[in-house]
Design a protein around this ligand. Structure first.
Ligand code: ATP
Length: 134
């Protein structure tokens, strides 16, 4: 059966490099399922979990947006940060979530709400990937 080479790369280096059967990613216009032979495409990504199916098993990588470039035999994801479940620090994510919630609830004018909302999404996404809640 044909496979896809998937690379997930961050400014700190590669996080994932493997042959898979299918990739599911959340683009800004909706979820896409990518199989070998997919037409070439570039799309911006949301904060979310990339789902990777290989030999009947599923892995998730938490990503914080970026871009996906699809070619028939290769999927490249460039993202500001990416973690496999095993390298997610739950305590750190929960602390980031608490800070973001505090900022969103604060009535101060100088709070950057959009920034806090994105921090909240990143933290919740990491917690979900760590706990397998997708
Ligand atoms: P924090 O406020 O805890 O830094 P953040 O969402 O602002 O969270 P990012 O800017 O998205 O963090 O990521 C900065 C770096 O820290 C990246 O390399 C990312 O992989 C890593 N990172 C962030 N949170 C976690 C976590 N909970 N577990 C493991 N690595 C993390």
């Amino acid at each position: 059966m044909p496979t896809l080479t998937v690379n997930i790369v961050t400014p700190d280096g590669p996080v994932y490099d493997a042959q898979v059967d299918m990739v599911i990613a959340k683009t800004v216009t909706g979820e896409v399922g990518i199989l070998p032979g997919h037409i070439p495409m570039v799309a911006p990504l949301e904060i979310g979990a990339v789902k990777l199916k290989r030999d009947g098993k599923v892995e998730y990588v938490a990503i914080t947006g970026g871009f996906v470039e699809v070619r028939p035999q290769q999927v490249s994801i460039l993202t500001p940060s990416a973690e496999l479940a095993e390298s997610i620090d739950t305590a750190r994510a929960k602390e980031a979530l608490r800070r973001a919630e505090e900022r969103l609830q604060s009535k101060q004018d100088n709070v950057d709400f959009k920034r806090a909302e994105l921090a909240l999404q990143r933290a919740m996404n990491r917690i979900n990937v760590k706990e397998g809640n997708m």
